[in-house]
Design a protein around this ligand. Structure first.
Ligand SMILES: Cc1cc2nc3c(=O)[nH]c(=O)nc-3n(C[C@H](O)[C@H](O)[C@H](O)COP(=O)(O)OP(=O)(O)OC[C@H]3O[C@@H](n4cnc5c(N)ncnc54)[C@H](O)[C@@H]3O)c2cc1C
Length: 289
């Protein structure tokens, strides 16, 4: 279907984009890569009168090193994040997840920030963002604020970014030397995950010194599997430890039931995929037995 008619503006700065948002209020919608917004507009589930395109604001693109963190501009396409050497070195979990996201065409157009603001609980970037303890820089009418990953995902398709705000960049604390893996379960390649698990471990000697685990599509927002993390920390970096910790993966989750599977099926998947993700993460830093 063809979207309802709309006016289009492509500001050159964040300030101009915020001014356009303020001027048009509820009648306006930000567009980034358009990979989620345009299908919704084509189905006429959303019909903004004004579309504000962030694609001509150079400051919103790219990956840079900022000491103990990487900074990823909100408008950086998935394909750029997936092939960036800094991301691979310091936040390998994002490389793992982005390269599993959709197909090459979507990765070329879709943006890192757009996917996170969209806050689809089945989206592939939320769980890694939570596991890596990302912080989100949000510009609005009264200045800039920073929100942590635990507060960013509010509910189903709802992030902390308000209608009059713009996500400008995401700060990822460096996890240099950590073993990482994103285990995504799909029936058909390139689909959204039925369940997925993002795992990062820091191995010291033969033991797991730190562990971070994020869950995709196990609730209305991406989740952090803290019980798994606690069970694994301090344990030997072995498959047996991974299996024992993974048994806690469904704790505190409220997975959906849909045509792909019911909640119990997803709870089972979460345990299996967590074990696999942890073992692969340990192996990726030479830690697994
Ligand atoms: C065929 C197909 C398959 C896909 N498969 C997957 C998949 O397997 N896994 C997955 O994770 N995703 C998948 N996606 C979604 C993809 O990741 C999109 O890139 C993403 O959901 C939205 O990013 P975008 O840049 O296209 O945002 P847009 O569609 O342009 O915007 C999405 C929403 O976010 C808002 N927004 C965007 N950027 C900002 C910003 N900087 N500040 C404030 N608001 C903003 C928009 O107003 C809109 O409401 C798929 C999409 C398609 C079309």
């Amino acid at each position: 279907m063809i979207p309802a008619p709309f006016d289009y503006v492509a500001p050159a700065t964040v300030e101009e984009a915020l001014a356009a948002l303020a001027e048009h209020g509820d009648d306006a919608k930000i567009i980034a890569g358009g990979q989620s917004l345009l299908p919704v507009m084509r189905m006429r589930l959303n019909a903004p009168e004004w579309v504000i395109d962030l694609g001509r604001i150079p400051s919103l693109r790219g990956v840079r090193d900022d000491g103990d963190a990487l900074v990823i501009g909100a408008m950086t396409p998935h394909s750029v994040v997936g092939s960036d050497p800094l991301v691979a070195e310091h936040a390998g979990l994002l490389t793992n997840a982005v390269t599993e996201l959709a197909d090459e065409q979507v990765r070329h157009r879709g943006t890192f920030g757009g996917a996170l603001v969209h806050a689809d609980p089945a989206g592939d970037l939320g769980a890694p963002a939570r596991a890596l303890e990302a912080t989100f820089v949000i510009a609005g009418p009264s200045g800039t604020r920073t929100v942590g990953a635990d507060e960013f995902f509010v509910d189903l398709f709802e992030s902390a970014v308000s209608e009059d705000e713009i996500l400008t960049e995401v700060r990822i604390p460096k996890h240099t030397g950590w073993g990482t893996h994103y285990e995504k379960f799909v029936r058909v390649k390139h689909q959204w995950p039925i369940v997925a698990v993002a795992a990062a471990v820091r191995v010291e000697g033969d033991a797991v010194a730190e562990a971070r685990v994020g869950l995709t599509n196990m609730g209305s927002t991406p989740l952090r599997a803290r019980a798994v993390e606690e069970a694994l920390t301090g344990q030997p970096a072995t498959e047996e430890s991974a299996r024992a910790a993974a048994a806690y993966a469904a704790e505190g989750t409220e997975p959906p039931t849909d045509l792909n599977g019911d909640a119990d099926y997803r709870r089972h998947l979460a345990q299996v995929l967590t074990r696999r993700a942890l073992v692969a993460a340990m192996a990726s830093c030479g830690g697994a037995a």
